[in-house]
Design a protein around this ligand. Structure first.
Ligand SMILES: [Zn+2]
Length: 70
């Protein structure tokens, strides 16, 4: 029984990196957010980028794990 659509296209590293850094245009951010919400693989990769980005820009946002909660 298939309850969810098959994912054929996954997010590129560049896209995930830009999303993680917050430099992505809003329309793309929404698409990325929608994808990672249903794709464990890309969510895991995004998590890795978040760790790297967080270390690089630590202190810029003054906040922690609030991604996805504006
Ligand atoms: Zn994916």
């Amino acid at each position: 029984m298939m309850t969810r659509p098959e994912i054929r296209h996954h997010l590129t590293d560049a896209l995930l990196m830009a999303y993680s850094a917050g430099t992505l245009a809003e329309a793309f951010s929404l698409a990325v957010a929608a994808h990672v919400s249903m794709c464990d693989d890309c969510r895991a990769r995004l998590g890795a980028f978040d760790s790297v980005g967080g270390a690089l820009i630590e202190g810029c946002h003054g906040g922690g794990a609030g991604r996805g909660q504006p």
